[in-house]
Design a protein around this ligand. Sequence first.
Ligand code: FES
Ligand code: FE2
Length: 390
Amino acid sequence: MKQATHISLTQRALAHIDAGTTDLSPEVIRNAVASYTDNNWLQREQDTLFRSYPLFMGLSCRIPDPGDYLSEDFAAVPILMIRGDDGQVRAFVNMCRHRGAPLAKNCGNKANFTCPYHAWRYNKQGKLQVIPDQDSFPGIDKGAHSLIPLPCAEQDGMLWVIPNPDATINLAEHLCGMDEDLANYDLARYSHYEGRVLERRANWKMPIDTFLEAYHFATLHRDSVASIFHQNLCLFDDFGLNLREAVVRKSIKHLREQDQSEWDFVRHTAISYQLFPNTVFVMQGDHLETWRIFPLRNQPDQCIIYFDCYVPEPAVTAKARKYWDANVALAIRTVDTEDIAMQIDIERSYLSGVVDHVLIGRNEPALAHFQMSVERAVRGENPVERETTK
Ligand code: FES
Ligand SMILES: [Fe+2]
């Protein structure tokens, strides 16, 4: 984030604190319950959002060295990302060209990728190198049976992939100006501290929804984080289908005594970037937490959540590990046992079919934007235009 942005956001936050106000949507939104419960709608989401849009896969530190790889099973196609000997990151469909077995699971490092089924071997660039008993495959050209590449990018310390071999990736177009904010965080220097995987009985959008308003802090988080934030105060800005929402720590009052050139808005807020479609990227002042969420088992009421905590420098001392462990514990306790537990209960209510819509208030502008972005992308409408919400 540039200093000019630190200043403008801080000014907006202080003005809201003084006036007892918050950023607002133009109107109350009626949000269709079916988008959380309907099998056909989920199928349409999977065919569009999880097939045609760049998915955030993590920071570069997840695969820093040649031969490092990571896989992802829950997008439209299985994904394998590999860093090559030339330092380039490449992505492939994680399917052997013999009979389709995944070449690798989870993450790790390999000199080459030997299929666990019948031992076809590929190099880090996805080229098929060895077919055991090749005489049994007459006429099969190894050169024509490389792993199928996927469009991917590594930019400003972030890894992206589109799970569609026929797509092209254009991050500048997708991020719609948000890349400038992200680039200024110097994410290439961050280290991965810890990851968790959670399977929960809620629609994949529900865990995202929880990050997109501060209206619930005073009640749902009264025993955890409510005391450190201003209640019912958010700053919302849209970037095409993506958004930035800042909730404001009470410590921001100290900036009133500092020169604007020193204002650090990030340190006195929690900033949730919703990286469309399925990631919430939370800058927490001194570290980063990401929540990547996918539908699970083709069920509208099931999701898999990947939580990752990244820190600005490797945690090498016991003191540092204790500090970051406490941060991870607070994140999991707040989000999983308070926010997501609530979403599971809400999902059950939605599945009862008693109501066909719920309400999103004007004080929940980021949530409204996310829901409208999903709707417009699934329906194939033009990307959301910039809206005046202040
Ligand atoms: S499926 Fe990979 S070698 Fe047979
Ligand atoms: Fe929350």
